[in-house]
Structure formats: C-alpha cells, structure tokens
Design a protein around this ligand. Structure first.
Ligand code: HEC
Ligand code: HEC
Ligand code: HEC
Ligand code: HEC
Length: 474
C-alpha cells in the first residue's frame, strides 16, 4: 500500500527543500505584511540566536513543506486525484482553469491554503499555501501590536503545546464545519482517488518541521511553565502525550459530526465513513491464518474483542489515550466500557449513528491527559501486549517509543551537566544501542502488508529494545 511509504517518509525523514525558483514565487506573492526584512523576512544567516522571530518567514519559504501546499494542487498527483473524483475533461487545469480552481477551493484549498480565516481564497492569498495566518491567525487586525492580538484572541496561541496541537489537527486530522470555518476532510473517496491517508502524530510532525522559532526557549517554556516548578517536566514526553489527546479529541469531534449527519443528503458524505475504519479490515490478503483473527477477534480479552468478520474501528487515534486512561486509575473502567461499546457499534456494517453520537459526546470530556507524561509514556511503551496490535497500533507504539527514547536522551543531557562521567558514558552507549534496535523495528513497519506482530522477528526486536531501555533507567 503506497500510503505507508508516504507516512514513513513524512515522519521520519527531514522535510525536503523546495527549489530556489519555488521559494522565489512565494516571495513575490502576498504576505507583504509579515515579510519585510525588518520584521520576519531577515536572512537565516544574519539571524543569530534569539533572533528566530526575524528570520521566520525566510525559514518557512525556503524549508517548510507548508509553503508548497497550494502549488502541490497543480502537480501531476493532484491532477490525477481530481480527475478520479470528477469527470476528467471538466477539471483539466489547462483547458478549464476556472473549473479546476473552483473544485480545488471546494475540496482541497481548505487545508492546502490559508482560507476559511475569514477571507476567501480568491483574493490572491491561496498561492501562499499554508502560510503564517493558518497557524498564527489573520494579522490584519493586530499587526503592529501582536500583544493586543494575543489578548483579543485573534492571534492563535502557539506557545503552549495543547493549543499548538489544536492548530495542526484542524488540517492534519480533519474537522467539521463550525464557527464560520469550512469542513476539512480527507475521506475514503479522496484516499481511494490517491490522496495520502492522514496519519498524524503531533510530536513526530512537530519535530520534522524546520523550526522558525527559538527551540531552546520553547523547550524551557515547557520545562518550567510560568510560576510553576515542574521537576518532572520533559519536552519530548509532554509533546507526545499532549498530541495524543488533542488528536484523539479531534478524531472524535469529526466522528461525532459524521454520525450526526448520518450520510446526509449530498454525495460527499457517507455513513459509515470508511476512513474511520482500520484499512486492513477491508484491504488485506485473504487467508485463514491471519494475525487479525487472533488479535482482534479471538485471543484478545473478551472486553476488547469484536465478532469475527466484523470491521475494526479506532486503531490510529484511540489506542494510546485509551491505554493511558486505563493505566491511570481503576476508576476508568466505566469509560473503558463506553470505549468498547463505541468500538462494537462502529464494527457493524451499518453502525447505529445515534448511539455513536452519544458515546463520542460522552467520551470527549474524558480525554484529558494524565498528569505525569514521562511516567505515562514509559508505562505505555512497556505495555505493548495490552494493545491488540495491527500495523496502526504498533506504529503508534513505535512513535511513543521514539518519544520516550528522546525523553530519556533529554534526561541524560540534563544529568550529564553534573553527573559522574563513567555512568554518563555507559548511558550514552545504551542510548546508541537502543537507537539501532528502534531503527530495526522501523524497518519491520515499512510495509503493513508484510508486517506480522506475532512473528518472531518482531517479538525478539521488542524484547531486546525493552532490555536496552531498562538499562537506561535509574
Ligand atoms: C483535511 C485537509 C485536507 C484536504 C481537504 C486535502 N488535503 Fe491534501 N494533504 C493534506 C495533508 C495534511 C497532507 C500531508 C499528509 C502527510 O504527509 O501527512 C496532504 C498531502 C497531499 C498530497 C501529497 C503532497 C506531497 O507533497 O506529496 C497531495 C498531492 C494532496 N494532498 C492533494 C490534495 C487534493 C488534490 C485535494 C482535494 C481533492 C486535497 N489534497 C485535499 C490535507 C488535506
Ligand atoms: C504550521 C504552522 C506554522 C506556520 C505556517 C507558521 N508558523 Fe510561526 N510558529 C509556529 C509554531 C509552532 C511556533 C513555536 C511556538 C511559538 O513561539 O509560538 C511558531 C513561532 C513563530 C514565531 C516566534 C519565534 C520566536 O522564537 O520567538 C514567529 C515570529 C513566527 N512563528 C512567525 C511566523 C511567520 C512570519 C510565518 C509565515 C511566514 C509563520 N510563523 C508560519 C507555527 C507556524
Ligand atoms: C491549514 C492547514 C494546515 C495546518 C494548520 C497545518 N498543516 Fe501541516 N500540512 C498541511 C498540508 C496541506 C501539508 C502537505 C503539504 C505538501 O505536501 O505540499 C502539510 C504538511 C506537513 C508536514 C510535512 C509532511 C510530509 O509528508 O512531509 C509536516 C511535518 C506538518 N505539515 C506539520 C504540521 C504541524 C506540526 C502543524 C501545527 C503546528 C501543522 N502542520 C499545521 C496543512 C496544514
Ligand atoms: C469497509 C471497507 C473499507 C475500508 C475500511 C477501507 N476501504 Fe479502501 N476501498 C474499499 C472498497 C470497496 C474500494 C473500491 C474497490 C474497487 O473499486 O476495486 C476501496 C478502494 C480503495 C483504494 C483505491 C484502490 C482500489 O483498489 O480501488 C485505496 C487506495 C483505498 N481504498 C485505501 C484505503 C485506506 C488507506 C483505508 C484506511 C484509511 C481504506 N481504504 C479503508 C473498502 C474499504
């Protein structure tokens, strides 16, 4: 399946740099309000430490994948996607540029450009792609006084992790129409037409964006939030845990809206929406000794099992928050029961939309992350056997493990400052060894088709990794 390749490159490789010519087009379009060299358009080389605010535009235009988000809609892949969604002759960008653009505005530009921020894309801003205003809010009202902008709420809050993740999930998970914002969805129609599946995980995505901000200042903000001394604060763990809960909430909000519409009256909505269901429920090899039979329908504990032959829901956004809440307290049993009811409801060929709506609505307020991120991520990493474990769930576990590894490295750096050099050397070696085992596991996740979570190769690598990580603790 091609989307895996896209997913893995998306989160594991550095963002590619657009050509100079592409960067130049962006420079010539719109955004004049943010880009003067005295404001955010200073050169990267000139901007030393503490001066990231001055070069943020330059970093974005030359390195950030968002700068190309609109241009991508005119490329071959997009033309093929659009042609599969509508009659090809209607949307040929050369023969019918107006129709092509108007289709893009309706179905694509909501995420690939800065629109729906109180202005239409046709005012010439769309070409900027996902620009400053998409993440920071429209500058018009507060330009020249960003402090007033922050106070009035027109400037979005990105300093703290939860509101920052909320900015991303609108496009990276999807969102229903509300407060004058358009709906943003990559549904199964788009995926079947060739759009990559959205597999968002906040910490991996944030890490792979070229930062146009002061990274050190950002980390310190989390380590020691204003006024509170937080002995346990750890940027990697906190980013991962926050992202898990914000993304799950966004996925639930979207599911609730889909259930409420129950298919609706237009052709663009379907109930059930296939992209909610594990892709491997429908797309897989047909053989009678598959790990899915064991893990989802037979050998899994009764309270997490669904009937054999039924669809499997909730494999990407749910597993980690669900386990985190369960590990946190015994009192979570009621919520766990609702979660399982939702899973069962969604496993039906035609799910009861009223039931799904009421269960998602009841569960959303429970989606608050446990107070100790570092301990939570550690327990989840060690508890792989609690997951049912198809490719999605294991990929999420892998991302959690990567975050934990980074968290341990962060702790190591801190302790190095005044620690014993021999112990420090041992930890450094253990970090390297476990990194290499992590890379082996990533290799096994390359193709969901060949991935077998019950296979010896995978089980052995996990065992080794956990032993190596245990050496790092204490
Ligand atoms: C819900 C928001 C959303 C909508 C609507 C949307 N996209 Fe996307 N699109 C994304 C995101 C997010 C990515 C990046 C995916 C990733 O790598 O995680 C993406 C990636 C892509 C890519 C791959 C880009 C690359 O660099 O390889 C193409 C092509 C694309 N979209 C085209 C389209 C087209 C055409 C439409 C309309 C028919 C559309 N998109 C609608 C959010 C959206
Ligand atoms: C994909 C979302 C996104 C886009 C697009 C984006 N930013 Fe940012 N920006 C962030 C995040 C996240 C931070 C870090 C948190 C913070 O400082 O608020 C940030 C920080 C900043 C900072 C503070 C830098 C510092 O260290 O003090 C400035 C200034 C800034 N952005 C300007 C811009 C400008 C100008 C553009 C358009 C050229 C832009 N941003 C586009 C997400 C984005
Ligand atoms: C307005 C919608 C929108 C918002 C808000 C947004 N993104 Fe994106 N993002 C996109 C689209 C569309 C793409 C695909 C662009 C392309 O391939 O040209 C993308 C691509 C990316 C990529 C590259 C993925 C790849 O396949 O290489 C990363 C990383 C990313 N976004 C992270 C973030 C983070 C982190 C935030 C929040 C701070 C954020 N984005 C906010 C729409 C958005
Ligand atoms: C409930 C069953 C179901 C689920 C779940 C499902 N699909 Fe599909 N998918 C289909 C059907 C049916 C088709 C149309 C097959 C055809 O026309 O040959 C299809 C077509 C596709 C296609 C076009 C290629 C082709 O063979 O037609 C892609 C790509 C695709 N799906 C990807 C996905 C991804 C990725 C997911 C998970 C996000 C997913 N599907 C979830 C049933 C499903």
């Amino acid at each position: 399946m091609t989307f895996t390749a896209v997913f893995l490159t998306a989160i594991l490789m550095p963002a590619t740099e657009p050509s100079a010519a592409q960067a130049a087009t962006h420079l010539s379009l719109g955004m004049n309000s943010c880009t003067a060299s005295a404001c955010h358009g200073g050169s990267v080389a000139a901007a030393g430490k503490q001066r990231e605010w001055n070069s943020s535009y330059t970093v974005w235009a030359t390195k950030d994948p968002h700068a190309d988000a609109y241009a991508v809609l005119f490329g071959d892949r997009s033309q093929r996607i659009v042609a599969r969604l509508v009659f090809p002759e209607k949307v040929d960008p050369q023969k019918n540029p107006k129709e092509y653009r108007s289709f893009l505005e309706k179905r694509c530009a909501t995420c690939h450009a800065t629109i729906g921020e109180g202005r239409p894309s046709s005012d010439g801003f769309a070409e900027d792609g996902v620009s400053c205003a998409s993440c920071h809010g429209v500058a018009g009202e507060w330009l020249g006084d960003k402090h007033a902008g922050r106070k009035s709420g027109q400037m979005k809050v990105t300093q703290q992790l939860a509101p920052r993740a909320k900015v991303c999930v609108v496009c990276h998970v999807g969102s229903p129409a509300h407060n004058g914002e358009p709906a943003r969805e990559v549904n199964h129609d788009l995926i079947a037409a060739g759009h990559p599946r959205l597999n968002f995980e906040f910490s991996a995505y944030l890490n792979s964006l070229p930062a146009h901000w002061d990274v050190e200042k950002d980390r310190n903000r989390v380590r020691q939030p204003e006024g509170v001394k937080k002995a346990q604060a750890n940027f990697a763990a906190e980013t991962w845990l926050t992202g898990q809960f914000v993304a799950a909430d966004a996925a639930f909000e979207l599911l609730a809206a889909r259930a409420k519409a129950d298919g609706g009256t237009d052709k663009e909505h379907a109930w059930p929406e296939f992209s909610e269901i594990s892709c491997y429920s429908c797309h897989h090899e047909l053989r009678s000794q598959s790990y899915r039979q064991k893990l989802f329908h037979r050998e899994t504990p009764a309270n997490r099992r669904s009937p054999i032959g039924s669809l499997v829901w909730g494999t990407w956004y749910s597993p980690m928050p669900r386990q985190a809440l369960l590990l946190q307290s015994a009192g979570a049993a009621n919520d766990e029961d609702s979660w399982h009811q939702l899973e069962l409801a969604m496993s039906a060929i035609h799910p009861d939309s009223k039931k799904v709506l009421s269960l998602t609505t009841a569960l959303r307020p429970k989606l608050t992350p446990p107070a100790n991120p570092l301990q939570t991520v550690e327990r989840l990493v060690k508890n792989l056997s609690a997951l049912r474990g198809d490719w999605d769930e294991v990929a999420q576990w892998y991302l959690a493990t990567t975050a934990w590894h980074q968290a341990l490295r962060e702790e190591h750096m801190e302790s190095q400052k005044n620690g014993d050099p021999v112990k420090s050397g041992e930890r450094e070696a253990a970090l390297r060894e476990s990194q290499s085992t992590l890379e082996k596991i990533r290799g096994q996740l390359e193709s969901p088709l060949e991935f077998d979570p019950t296979g010896e190769a995978f089980q052995d690598a996990v065992k080794l990794l956990l032993q190596q990580l245990a050496k790092l603790e204490g």
